[in-house]
Write a protein that binds this ligand. Structure first.
Ligand code: 9PG
Length: 552
């Protein structure tokens, strides 16, 4: 990175008046940019109260036709993959975008999980954007452009092949700056794929908290929220009765009376309460896991009814919904003292009184849907993750629905793709964060560099059962193979007592500890994925169509 070739493209407001700036300073502010050790640092000194509408730094960059460009989706569920320079990012059609951003669908919160309400899609071929970091790959070599912290605001990395530029943008909406502020720390790292990512994580100072692969069960992908003590006990007994070892048994959404009231168990479903469930899991020699969305609350919850003031408000002071799930939900303002004390109390009970060892913390993006208290979305999400780690001490956290970089090194395991569907179908025009088997498979493969560096990757479950299932057995085994090759949390949602011999063998094979070395994994033609890896010293090639899960 050469400071002499960098250009600024800044739009800002002072005293209600809009300005444009293409240099390192003017009458309202100056920018201090330095490059040390291939890290670009930019700091702001504002002489007036400045709000940025756009803060872009343009770096000249020459792309080749054979390059592959990786852009990182906004959060856990967002589709993320490599593109050819001539390709186009998968985006919503104008009609769907209109429907989810301008109609009742917005009011019910449909687009809130993603970035569509605060970042513009490029809508052109040859231009690709992602959050916090991205890379250009030439064969085995990559060049990473990666933020070292999102505490100064989210960083968007755009690869613009049409203009031969890499554009580094800061998402600084809703914040007024005055005086001295750091804005950016960006590393530019070149090298072989694995080694370059090692160096990127070294520069960030991020280490994984866990390095163990774990096998287990979650209740979600068979019963969804229709769980009960009977269903859970039956699946627990089935697992304990067979000979493949499970490390962890996790109860998902559905045990609580209402989203937000985590300590009020639905007594019709779990008459003996959640401590008894943790005790039975422990008695089978497994870690007990529990799902919760620690920032979320629905209107009918006691939490929301008693403390509406603890929740995020829009600029008019109205409750701001943060997603459509459960008929619409709201998220706690993590800077509110009452909200913080409540979150701490919930974890104290779940982890210390009930005795759960792992918490799956979901819908975390809700904490930063709006900038507030003069903080950027990025800063809020970093603070939210600090709060969760502080509350959980050394217990295991499985992050989910979380913007990724603020969670680096904070969670032990993290979902890195969308929810798997019970079928393998490609739907055009899927929202980028929505449930989809092709999306989750691509993410498992293309976000593998996070596995063992930021945390251990959760590729979402695989399923081997025959009922309540719309994938062929070959497709189910393909999901299992991809998960065990590229991921580290290997969970099923099946009642294993229904398994025949083939399924038992497939489960054993998927859970077996293997020495895996990925050699390459990429699209070799449109939609045709080829993964080459060594498994216990043996060379394996998987070649399949990601749209339909058929081998080619
Ligand atoms: C529990 C579930 C499971 C699952 C999580 C998360 O975009 N969406 O509409 C959407 C809905 C649900 C969802 C993810 C995305 O699932 O990933 O494993 O825990 O919550 O409610």
């Amino acid at each position: 990175m050469d400071l002499n070739t960098i250009k600024y493209d800044i739009k800002y407001v002072v005293d209600g008046k809009k300005y444009v700036c293409n240099s390192g300073g003017n009458q309202h502010f100056s920018l201090d940019a330095v490059v040390e050790d291939d890290i670009l640092k930019v700091a702001l000194n504002a002489k007036a109260k400045v709000r940025f509408l756009k803060f872009d730094i343009k770096i000249p960059y020459k792309y080749n036709a054979n390059d592959r460009i990786f852009v990182n989706g906004y959060q856990s569920w967002t589709d993320s993959m490599e593109y050819k320079p001539s390709g186009q990012m998968k985006e919503l059609t104008r009609l769907t975008e209109f429907l989810v951003t301008k109609t009742l669908l917005r009011r019910i919160g449909l687009p809130k999980a993603g970035d569509i309400l605060f970042w513009d899609y490029p809508r052109k071929s040859g231009i690709f954007y992602g959050w916090s970091y991205g890379y250009v790959r030439r064969g085995e070599d990559v060049e990473i452009f990666g933020s070292l912290t999102e505490r100064y605001g989210y960083t968007v990395v755009t690869f613009d092949c049409n203009n031969n530029e890499v554009v580094i943008s800061k998402e600084l909406q809703g914040v007024e700056y005055m005086g001295e502020n750091k804005l950016l720390e960006l590393a530019h790292i070149s090298g072989k794929y694995e080694e370059a990512f090692d160096r990127y994580f070294d520069k960030m100072g991020v280490k994984p908290r866990e390095t163990k692969k774990r096998c287990g069960y979650t209740s979600w992908y068979n019963y969804y929220n229709r769980i009960s003590q009977d269903v859970i006990n039956r699946d627990l007994e089935s697992i304990a009765a067979q000979d493949t070892k499970f490390d962890c048994f996790q109860i998902d959404d559905g045990y609580q009376e209402n989203i937000g009231d985590w300590l009020t168990t639905d007594k019709n479903k779990f008459p003996d309460g959640m401590k008894v469930v943790a005790d039975s899991i422990h008695s089978k020699g497994m870690l007990a896991g529990l799902w919760l969305a620690p920032f979320a609350g629905v209107k009918r919850s006691r939490l929301f009814k008693e403390h509406p003031d603890w929740f995020i408000k829009d600029k008019h002071g109205r409750s701001y919904n943060t997603g459509h799930n459960w008929g619409g939900f709201y998220s706690l303002d993590i800077y509110n003292e009452g909200a913080r004390a409540y979150i701490k109390h919930v974890f104290d009970v779940v982890l210390n009184e009930w005795g759960y060892d792992l918490v799956k913390l979901d819908f975390l993006y809700g904490a930063c849907v709006l900038p507030m208290h003069n903080k950027t979305r990025g800063e809020i999400m970093c603070d939210a993750m600090d709060l969760l780690r502080e509350c959980c001490g050394d217990k295991l956290i499985l992050g989910c629905g979380v913007p990724l970089m603020p969670a680096f090194g904070k969670v032990d395991y993290c979902r890195i793709g969308s929810d798997v569907e019970l079928s393998w179908q490609h739907k055009k025009n899927k929202i980028r964060d929505d449930v989809s088997t092709p999306h989750t498979i691509c993410n498992t493969i293309f976000r593998r560099h996070l596995n063992g560096r930021a945390w251990m990757n959760d590729p979402d479950v695989f399923m081997l059962r025959d009922y309540n299932m719309y994938m062929t057995f070959e497709q189910r085994k393909l999901v299992a193979k991809i998960n065990s090759t590229f991921g580290s949390l290997l969970f099923i949602s099946d009642d294993v007592s229904s398994y025949g011999e083939e399924q038992k063998a497939a489960l054993k094979e998927t859970f077996a500890q293997k020495d895996i070395k990925i050699i390459s994994a990429e699209f070799v033609q449109d939609d045709i994925m080829q993964a080459v890896f060594e498994e216990d010293g043996k060379l394996v090639t998987l070649k399949f169509n990601v749209r339909n899960g058929q081998y080619v």
